[in-house]
Ligand binder design. Sequence first.
Ligand code: MN
Length: 484
Amino acid sequence: MRVEKTPQREALIRSAYEFAEIAHRGQKRKSGEEYIQHSLHTAMNIAHLGLGSKTIAAGLLHDVPEDTSVTLKEIEKTFGHEIAFLVDGVTKVGKIRLRGEKEEFYLENMRKMFLAMAADIRVVIIKLADRLHNMETLDALPENKRERIARETMEVFAPLANRLGIGDIKARLEDLAFKYLDHKNYEYVKDIAEKEFGLRKKSLEKTVEELRKELLKENIQVIEIYGRTKHFYRLFQKLQRHEMDIDKIYDLAGIRVIVPEVADCYETLGVVHRKYHPLVGRIKDYISLPKPNGYQSIHTTVFGPDGKIMEIQIRTQKMHDEAEFGIAAHWVYTEKSKDWMSFLKFGKMNRKFSGEELNWVKQLREWQTDLGKDDTEFMEGLKIEFFKNHIFAFTPRGDVIDLPEDATPIDFAYKVHSEIGHRAMGAKADGKMVTLDYKIRNGNVIEIITSKEHKNPSRDWLKFVHTTLAKTHIKRALKKDGLL
Ligand code: MN
């Protein structure tokens, strides 16, 4: 996807580049490359997704405050609040680390927290673009670091890309992580895929040529037509479901045809079926009946030129862009039934859909419909409002507790369970003792020290607690004991 080039946009990107180049000058990546190469690749990945000049500029600047002597203030002075806000968001989420554990609920909490702290979807996208280049240059790092980063990529970043509907980045992150996490299977699948693709290459090329001719004859404009193959990790997952039998996988390689209008899709399908015999029961019309995640295309499996079975996908440019780059589609539709509901009901969070949250979903959905329009900074103003003024803290088990800004360990304790609140005696934040009126910071692991014998909510707590929940519980307990 492309954003129209204007002199102002070009000037902004150029000055962000120059600023970053000077700031990073003399720094090298572990690979030996100049540091600015990393900033440039990150920015390129962002541009490829069709984001505007401000996000590209923020991508160029994303490592400046963390890794150079230039401060965020100076970035703000030069480039304004919005770009500084994005850079700051990237720096903040960069501090979230996958800890030792691997349980699904913990990972889900990581993803949630990541989104919460990002506060703006553009921050998440910059971070994905940054991670993509880091994965591409992972060889330069020592082995123990490689493992952690690859695991984080597979379990946090690829699912985030998926949730935002950025299929292209998801696939690339998964394949890169797969290579480091399960090298043996990666090589195995890569061999199969290359061999099979090699075997089919000729017939794919022949099909592309034949179809191009037929479509021209029928006066159907073809935007793009090309042979494609499944990405390795996806293929591995599919093989696992089919006893590792490659012959059971019909969509390993295929043809994709991109045409202007929906009507062209159906006409193209007719042309394909006149030319090649379709396999019975393998025609899927996801245009009339989109997948739950909003995915649209027509798929059909046919006997190609040499009798070889292949899948043909037909879609419009808009459908294609949404599948490759469309953000939020998965989050809003697919995950509504699974993750989205558990997101709201998760663990102690047990919240119902509130008006505020529905608004947030609506906002994402509206914004998603805007995709494809050549809106320059189409992401501007898209803030995750719901998460504003929220902080997220962990229990020692990894549960996420969401709290308002300035919340204290007592608020935290009551949010976990009223008994924990009543019996609270002390608290630790990230392993260090803190006072009960300590202001919890995003990402803190909070441990509440409780008394086994006594319930002792104190009247003083009312002076510093922030949540209504804590206030209500404390007052009720005090009243019961005749203290209020
Ligand atoms: Mn970076």
